[in-house]
Structures are given as structure tokens and as C-alpha cells.
Design a protein around this ligand. Structure first.
Ligand code: NAD
Length: 479
């Protein structure tokens, strides 16, 4: 077999016994590379190496960790074109989106390089005379990182960078569909000077490699992003070991459009939020909750914009919407279009598989109207370019519908009313609220996460990442 990209275990690249092919969803004849599949023994060895490295890594000093993070950031930024191209080639988002995500990863590493130098504790007087109290943050220990395929550079970055910042050794299991980006990041970190055992890469199926990680008591904390079903498994296995865990899961994010919205802004927010990155974003606006007075103008404008969208090869500069990530996900998206039709919704645009010059997983973004919030297309996460319009009477009904979901990741409103925007910010049941902005698209220096069934545990990103990646110690001294 051609060149196999190995796993990194205890500071050594290890090819293992098996490898799997990485296929381009824009062109299924294009094999990007072969990546080694880790065995349960490999996972065991990676966790053993991480555990052995934990003591010295915790004492490595902030300058060392700062320099590694900064070096990684610089290299990712310098190579944004080639890493962005790899990302687009293996996941299918457009080249502009791939490069943008790579730049975001560089910014995240840079942010946590700075955070390393800002680690602080507190010194307080005790309520007892002659006693001092110190509060410090300590590393949590070996962190298991399990990531999805849809942000194959940014999500690993926002989990790995704080782990390094707060001196935790990492065992990283990326999604099966995107081993290339994972390999590139780990290679950069390895060369940036991560000591042996502090960064380990184990590629392979979740049910084998991920499960082996969850079943090992030496993994002291697990940070997971993916589906609710897998999140539940992570939670159950983690409770069994009384370990810390953090879950970021799905969404069914509403974008409310009120009569007084700027129509162009609302349509841009809807089309961008629902369909860009092929709708494969946990923060995608899959429910467009629209009041009566603007409903038909909004729908007409959305439909004409959707028809103009250029769906094609992710690497073609004219493409606005890349392919769906693989055949399984495409079939799921098409099945939901059929489910929507059977439920009585009107398919106003798209929804069909598209043929292109190269054989790939292309689909025209789909917009349903005449939908109710209790239809399956409005209660279950499709995770593709499928959105529905739900018509409502007024703001009060819109807020009720927006909140009437088991998810709670991101919630948006388009309005020019300060009163409604303010009320919505206070009452939307979501971890992130957007006013006159798409539900997708966030900053990297502030917390990211959801409410209800979308998230569990401490927030990710920004300074809030310290909550998950550290343990607080309170020390008393009698002087
Ligand atoms: P998934 O749950 O199928 O897989 C996620 C990861 O879990 C993969 O690495 C997979 O191999 C691993 N895994 C699967 N079974 C496992 C097991 N038994 N033990 C341990 N690990 C296991 O999700 P996906 O299809 O890769 O990603 C799509 C989902 O991710 C969507 O639901 C989406 O909303 C969600 N997502 C959420 C966020 C967020 O921040 N909230 C961001 C991106 C994606």
C-alpha cells in the first residue's frame, strides 16, 4: 500500500496493522491518503504514555507551553492555504471556508499561548487569625479528546490548545472521515516540541478506539463533540469512572424573523446560517420562524437566493456550497426531505441529489414551507442543507416556537426593535443568542456552548476553558 500516515503514540509515529483510505467527497476517485487505524492495544499504549508524561508535563513551566502553542499557531497560519485545501478536500466545505477555519485554529492556539502566561491564583486571608489561604488551578490529568468531522481543524484546536495551556497530556481521537487534518495538527504540535507522551493521536472507529479510551480509568477527563447518541455513551462511561466530562452535541437552531426585520439582512442570515458549510454545522439555522407580515416576501427572497447558489467541487473557486461529507450523510439528508414531504410540508426549493462532472455527494439546498414545529424535520437534527419555515402570528408565538425544542445551542432573531431584541436575548433558551446575525459564526475568545440537550458540563473556548481543563485546589497555611 502507498504511504500510510501513522498514529503518534508516546512520541513515536506508529503505522500499526491496518489503514483506511481517506476519500474526497467532491470526487470519490480522489484518494487523499491512507491513515493507520489504532488497535485497542495502541489506545492502551497511548494512555499509558500520557499517564507517564503527566507528572513532568504539569511542571514543564509556562514559557515552554507558551512557546509550543505559539510555534504551532505560527505554522498553522503560515500554512493556511495548504491545510485549508486539505480540509476542503477531505470534508467538503469550500476552500474559502477551509482556509477560514484554519486561520481560526491558528488564532485559537495563539489565544491559549497568551493564556498560558496569564495563569493566576488567589491569595486570601483566612477567617482564622494567622492562617493564609491560596487558591490555585492544577492540571486535571490525561484528557481524552473525541471530535466530529464537520470542523476537523477548529474543534481539535479548541480542545487541544487549552489542554496544553493548562498542562494536561492529550490522547486525541478524531472522526474517521477526517484523519488528514487531525494528522496535520498533531504533526505540527509534535515538531513544535511537545514532549513524548503529551500528545497522542489514535485514529480509528469510535466504537473501538473511542470506546477503549472511555473504558480506561487513567483518562481523567473527556471532552467530546458529536451527536447526542454518542454523547450519552461518553456520559455513562465517564460517570462510571467518576471522571470529568464535557459534551457539545447537536442543535435545531431557530432564526426568528419579525415583520420589522431588514429583509436583506434576514435573508442573508437565513441562507448563510442554514446552508453554508453545506448545513453541516451544529449551529445551523434549521428552523426559520417567520411572522405573518414578512412571511411571503421572506420566502420568495430565500427561494430565489437558494436557486442561485452554486453547488459544486469544494476546491472550485466558484463554489458556494460544497458536497455533503459522505454517502451515509447524503442519504440521511435525502431521507429527511422525503419525511418532510410525507409530513405535508411544501418543498419550495432544492432537496435533490445533483450530478456534477466528478462523482461526489452533491445536493441542492432544500427549503420547506408550511411546516409545524412538531414535524420530524423540525424536531430532529438533519445535519445537512435542509431548512424549514415555520409561520407564526407574532413575536410571542415566535419566541414560544423558538424555545419549543429539546436542543438549545444557538438562537437568533432578525428585528429592528430594541424591545424585542432585548426580550429575546433574555428569554431565548440557548447558550448563544444572535441579533441580526446568523445563528452560526462565533468568536474564539468567548465561551461556546449550549443549553438543554445540546451541551453538558463547562463551556469551551476563551477563559472559560479553564473550568474543564483544571482542578481547583485550596491550600491553608498557618504562619
Ligand atoms: P458522532 O457522534 O457520530 O461522532 C463523534 C465522534 O465520536 C467521532 O470521533 C466518533 O468516532 C466518536 N464515537 C462514536 N462512537 C463512539 C463510542 N462508542 N465511544 C467513543 N467515541 C465514539 O458525530 P459526528 O457524526 O462525527 O458529528 C456530527 C454531530 O456533531 C452532530 O450531531 C453535530 O450537531 C455535532 N456537533 C456539535 C458541535 C457543538 O459544538 N455543539 C459542533 C460540531 C458538531
Amino acid at each position: 500500500m502507498a504511504d500510510v500516515k501513522p498514529n503518534l503514540i508516546g512520541g513515536q509515529w506508529q503505522a500499526g496493522e491496518h489503514a483506511s483510505a481517506n476519500i474526497n467527497p467532491s470526487d470519490t476517485d480522489d484518494v487523499i491518503g491512507h491513515y493507520a487505524t489504532a488497535t485497542t492495544d495502541d489506545v492502551e499504549a497511548a494512555i499509558a504514555a500520557a499517564s507517564a508524561a503527566a507528572h513532568d508535563w504539569a511542571r514543564s513551566g509556562i514559557q515552554v507551553r507558551h512557546d509550543i502553542l505559539r510555534t504551532a499557531s505560527d505554522e498553522i497560519m503560515a500554512r493556511r492555504e495548504d491545510i485549508g485545501r486539505l480540509l476542503s478536500r477531505e470534508e467538503g466545505k469550500t476552500l474559502a471556508e477551509g482556509i477560514g477555519e484554519t486561520v481560526r485554529a491558528a488564532q485559537i492556539f495563539n489565544f491559549f499561548a497568551g493564556e498560558t502566561l496569564r495563569l493566576a491564583g488567589e491569595k486570601l486571608p483566612s477567617v482564622r487569625a494567622g492562617v493564609d489561604v491560596e487558591i490555585t488551578r492544577e492540571p486535571v490529568g490525561v484528557v481524552g479528546i473525541i471530535t466530529p468531522w464537520n470542523f476537523p481543524v477548529a474543534i481539535p484546536a479548541w480542545k487541544i490548545a487549552p489542554a496544553i495551556c493548562y498542562a494536561n497530556p492529550v490522547v486525541f481521537k478524531p472522526a474517521e472521515l477526517v484523519p488528514g487534518c487531525a494528522w496535520a495538527i498533531v504533526d505540527i504540535l509534535h515538531r513544535a516540541g511537545m514532549p513524548a507522551g503529551t500528545i497522542n493521536l489514535v485514529n480509528g472507529p469510535g466504537s473501538v478506539v473511542g470506546q477503549a479510551m472511555l473504558d480506561d480509568a487513567r483518562v481523567k477527563a473527556v471532552t467530546f463533540t458529536g451527536s447526542q447518541a454518542t454523547g450519552e455513551r461518553v456520559a455513562q462511561a465517564s460517570v462510571r469512572h467518576m471522571r470529568k466530562f464535557q459534551l457539545e452535541m447537536g442543535g435545531k437552531n431557530p432564526l426568528v424573523v419579525l415583520d420589522d426585520a431588514d429583509l436583506d439582512v434576514a435573508v442573508d442570515c437565513a441562507v448563510q446560517g442554514a446552508f453554508f458549510s453545506t448545513g453541516q454545522r451544529c449551529t445551523a439555522s434549521s428552523r426559520l420562524v417567520v411572522t405573518e407580515g414578512i412571511h411571503s416576501r421572506f420566502v420568495e427572497a430565500c427561494v430565489s437566493k437558494i436557486r442561485e447558489l452554486n453547488v459544486g467541487d469544494a476546491l472550485d473557486s466558484r463554489t458556494q456550497i460544497g458536497p455533503v461529507v459522505d454517502e451515509v450523510q447524503l442519504q440521511q439528508d435525502l431521507d429527511y426531505v422525503e419525511i418532510g414531504r410525507r409530513e405535508g410540508a411544501t418543498l419550495r426549493a432544492g432537496g435533490e441529489r445533483l450530478a456534477r462532472e466528478k462523482n461526489g455527494y452533491y445536493m441542492q439546498p432544500a427549503l420547506f414551507t408550511d411546516t409545524h414545529n412538531d414535524m420530524r424535520i423540525n424536531t430532529e437534527e438533519v445535519f445537512g442543507p435542509v431548512a424549514s419555515v415555520i409561520r407564526v402570528r407574532d413575536y410571542e408565538e415566535a419566541l414560544h416556537v423558538a424555545n419549543d425544542t429539546t436542543f438549545g445551542l444557538s438562537s437568533g432573531i432578525c428585528t429592528q426593535s430594541l424591545k424585542h431584541a432585548t426580550h429575546f436575548k433574555r428569554n431565548a433558551q440557548a447558550g448563544m443568542v444572535m441579533v441580526n446575525l446568523p445563528t452560526a459564526g462565533v468568536d474564539y475568545h468567548v465561551p461556546f456552548g449550549g443549553a438543554k440537550g445540546s451541551s453538558y458540563g463547562p463551556r469551551e473556548q476563551g477563559r472559560y476553558a479553564a473550568e474543564f481543563h483544571t482542578t481547583v485546589k485550596t491550600a491553608y497555611t498557618s504562619a
